[in-house]
Write a protein that binds this ligand. Sequence first.
Ligand SMILES: Cc1cc2nc3c(=O)[nH]c(=O)nc-3n(C[C@H](O)[C@H](O)[C@H](O)COP(=O)(O)OP(=O)(O)OC[C@H]3O[C@@H](n4cnc5c(N)ncnc54)[C@H](O)[C@@H]3O)c2cc1C
Length: 428
Amino acid sequence: MSRPAALVVAGGGAAGFLAAITAAEAGVADVHVLEATAEPLTKVRISGGGRCNVTHACWDPLTLVGHYPRGSRALRGPFSRFAPGDAVAWFADHGVELITEADGRMFPSTHSSATVVAALRTAARRAGVQLHSRCALRGVVAPAGPAEPFGLQLRGEGSGAAPVACRRLLLATGGHPSGRALAAQLGHRLQAPVPSLFTVRLHEPRLQALAGLVQEPVGLELQIEGVARPWRQRGPLLLTHWGCSGPALLRLTAFAARDLAAAGYRGWLTVDWTGGLPAAEVQEGLRHQRQQHGGRTLGAQRPVPALRRRLWLALLDQAQLAADLCWAALPRAGEQRLLQGLLVSRYAIVGRGPFGEEFVTAGGVDLGEVNLATMESRRVSGLHLAGELLDVDGVTGGFNFQHCWTSGWLAGQAIAAALADSGSGDHG
Ligand SMILES: Cc1cc2nc3c(=O)[nH]c(=O)nc-3n(C[C@H](O)[C@H](O)[C@H](O)COP(=O)(O)OP(=O)(O)OC[C@H]3O[C@@H](n4cnc5c(N)ncnc54)[C@H](O)[C@@H]3O)c2cc1C
């Protein structure tokens, strides 16, 4: 039998590539990436609407972990070792300049994900990483003893030239079920996968007619039957043909992903369209309109200037008030309905939207199963896990890739150090 490879990485995505490059650049001589599909880095290519939101300009690990509904505080250690600033420096060293948008999201200065894909592929090639496309890892035989290698069962056209044994194995198969099954077979505890970062369906024709409208900021409160405390977020809301989306809503569904899944994606969304103005101030605004602009129509005069005009007309309709009614003629009961509509409009969630803006899977290998300094399994020595396969997911904004860069880098470093220590001769 031929000599086992030093390192095999299953999964040619963000985490797998960063790990393979890191190990190879640190001197590991024989690194292989197995990619089940024809092309690696597909998600990087399609990410961020083709621009790839590489990371987020958030420099404090404590603040950073608040953007991870799953992972959160456990990620403080990993992020203090490889933070967004390190990702920025890593990409600069590999020829990719990142720019920061007003909201903190960081993109390649070319505004094209192809730049990131090309940089990762070039870095891998230069470091000597061998890529085997159309080669899926189907089974793993764990080492029988400390000096023994992993046995690998492969499938696919590209399997011929790929190694069937390795000293270190990294599973970086993303949200794909095959990687989760392998991790489970190797004895790891997994959290059940559920979608995160999704839009919701509302049966509200008035709002659906406003598809494309963004109101910013709004206050959102999500109530789910059987869940004691409501989930809350504040930020921009995008109205869609099926319900709503936008950063605040996606954050809300990310944090409530498990509760919503358990409730069959049913619940109540309460919207404060004023974005958090005190009720007394909004009430005063209504009185002001009545007293100062009594001769003008409701439709012509908005009490909250930040409210988009088409939305205001929809809220008038929701409160059963005609847009051509004069402010002076507004009955008290109508004013109360308006106040309620502005501050606490309640809509029934009737399901999950057709797709997520930045769809990721919540769930995966439980973080307790992994040493987060090395990403090495606590169950199988020599096995590492990184990226979306782990029970970590972030909200939109570059946080998911940041976790891939961090966990991939930590795994690559640790693997290189372990192979150097073992004196296996794989460390060049
Ligand atoms: C449309 C879209 C846009 C996104 N945009 C952003 C964004 O802009 N910023 C951000 O931070 N996040 C974004 N995300 C999330 C981000 O893409 C993921 O978090 C990230 O790609 C996960 O990386 P990964 O390496 O863990 O897994 P993946 O990227 O899924 O890579 C895993 C790879 O493993 C391969 N594989 C699976 N099983 C096997 C096997 N058994 N053997 C061999 N290979 C296997 C798969 O084919 C895949 O290529 C987006 C996601 C989507 C869907």
